[in-house]
Ligand binder design. Structure first.
Ligand code: ASP
Length: 490
């Protein structure tokens, strides 16, 4: 009997997780789910992150030390950055187009929006660094006096979410830094410290490239043992990915059960209610993200990569995409993304191991699209008209903020504070979209990971390294190899 492909097993795990969460919450068992099932989701993410950093380290060293031409690194680096930047700006553009065309913020109750507008004007008047962005002034209107007083009273009583406040201060700390700080941050002073910290992935990448290049510059006899050791350690980590992925369907079940239970509490209808209030925003955002995954990337791939088909694209990447959806973290998904890109899309290790880890940290198309949609939605919700030039500022800051976002859950939400601030809007508004953030984060992480994989394939294709034709690939795939096996069985 034909074995069920891994991506189907993961999809089944995912659906069962949601069903279980809704069922258990209707029976009042959410605490049970959170105490006894959810921890397996955290274990899964920890296992993946455990493999991610050493895998990045050894696969980059392995890939680069095998290069015969050092100039290839510079060329590949330049191409990678240019293509990453292009896809990110495209994503922001798609987001802005969609949110302006569909105006999700205007579907919210008009009276509520008027109160929001008054609140915004009051915030501006209490803040000397910002000015009203358009011509309207409701607080100047005499007939609004009582209403303004009521709104002012209410905003004073607004409950401050401590968790959100802490997150906001970390974004502000980032903003205070100088323009070259990001380069300084890339160079580690102690590699063991960088290896210890998932958010310092760029430092690990820098070290690995430096180490790999140094190996090339030394005589082959001197470095042979190191090369062999690195290649062999790399194989061990890849095998670890396979082992963990064997249990992925169960882990994904646990992750989804935990995430949905946390949202629902003991009332499954709460999930619906949370989304109802923000439905227009969620629909526009998910449509934009779906456009990127189902139309933009496959089209670009078909256009630039010989032999690429829609089916092959999704079949090759689906394990990584499903994992991105379940974990909400590009870094946790990285080991599987590398595996899918190398095994299924046939991108050589030296390219995949260079382009993908950089992408996981700096290329976040889904995050930048989300930031653009969310900021304009929030402005519409407060009846603030953003001009073209203000929207161009969003293009720039959303691009930079997505580069600066860590590849972990909710990082994009925090960095949105900087985008809101750059256009002169109230950064505390992130609290409005916070309730639906987790689920939308899952969707935008799929875009982030698909974007990275697409760019890695484009870079390899431009270097003439792709062998899409399966017959040209070395040897039969081992049974346990991810979707590579599934593709070959077909
Ligand atoms: N969770 C996203 C990622 O890991 C980042 C974000 O948008 O919050 O790619």
């Amino acid at each position: 009997m034909k074995k069920l492909a891994l991506h189907w097993k993961i999809i089944i795990g995912l659906i069962l997780g949601v069903i279980w969460a809704l069922f258990s919450s209707s029976l009042g068992w959410s605490k049970f789910t959170l105490d006894w099932i959810d921890p397996f989701g955290t274990i899964f993410i920890n296992l993946l992150k455990l493999i991610a950093v050493p895998l990045v380290l050894f696969s980059i060293i392995d890939g680069i030390s095998g290069l015969s031409d050092v100039t290839k690194i510079g060329r590949m680096g330049a191409k990678t950055l240019v293509i990453y930047l292009t896809t990110t700006i495209t994503a922001v553009g798609v987001g802005l187009l969609m949110v302006n065309a569909s105006q999700p913020g205007t579907y919210i109750d008009k009276e509520q929006r008027i109160d929001n507008r008054i609140e915004y004007e009051l915030w501006v008047s209490n803040n000397e660094h910002v000015a009203i962005l358009d011509e309207t002034c409701l607080t100047c209107d005499e007939s609004m006096r009582d209403r303004v007083a009521k709104v002012a009273e209410r905003s004073k009583e607004a409950i401050v979410d401590q968790d959100l406040t802490n997150k906001m201060s970390s974004a502000w700390a980032k903003k205070e830094q100088g323009p070259l700080q990001f380069i300084v941050d890339m160079i580690p002073s102690n590699i063991f410290f960088s290896l210890n910290n998932n958010s310092l992935m760029l430092q690990v990448i820098f070290f690995a490239i430096f180490f790999g290049i140094t190996i090339i510059t030394l005589p082959k006899e001197t470095t042979e043992p190191v090369r062999k050791l690195v290649a062999s350690i790399n194989e061990v980590f890849l095998k670890m990915v396979h082992i963990v992925m064997e249990a992925a369907p169960f882990f994904v079940f646990a992750l989804l059960a935990g995430t949905v239970s946390r949202m629902a509490g003991d009332d499954p209808l709460r999930v619906l209610e949370i989304f109802k209030a923000l439905s227009s925003y969620s629909i526009v955002l998910v449509t934009g993200l779906a456009f990127m995954v189902f139309a933009f990337y496959p089209t670009v791939m078909r256009f630039f990569v010989k032999g690429m088909t829609y089916k092959k694209f999704f079949k090759s990447l689906s394990p990584a995409q499903l994992l991105a959806f379940s974990t909400s973290s590009s870094v946790a998904t990285l080991p599987v993304t590398m595996e899918c890109v190398e095994e299924n899309l046939k991108v050589p290790e030296e390219t995949a191991s260079f382009v993908l880890p950089i992408g996981a940290t700096v290329n976040m198309d889904g995050t930048s699209l989300y930031q653009a949609v969310a900021v304009v939605f929030l402005a519409q919700l407060h009846m603030v008209d953003l001009s073209i030039s203000q929207q161009l500022v969003i293009v720039l800051t959303a691009t930079l903020a997505s580069i600066g976002s860590a590849a972990v859950p909710s990082a994009g939400l925090i960095m949105m504070i900087l985008v809101l601030e750059s256009v002169g809007l109230n950064p505390a508004w992130i609290a409005i979209v916070f309730p639906v953030d987790r689920i939308l984060d899952m969707c935008r992480t799929v875009v982030n990971v698909t974007g990275d994989a697409t760019v890695a394939t484009l870079v390899a294709s431009s270097e003439g390294e792709l062998t899409m034709d399966d017959t040209k690939t070395a040897g039969p795939a081992p049974e346990e190899e991810l979707e590579a096996a599934a593709i070959k069985q077909d």
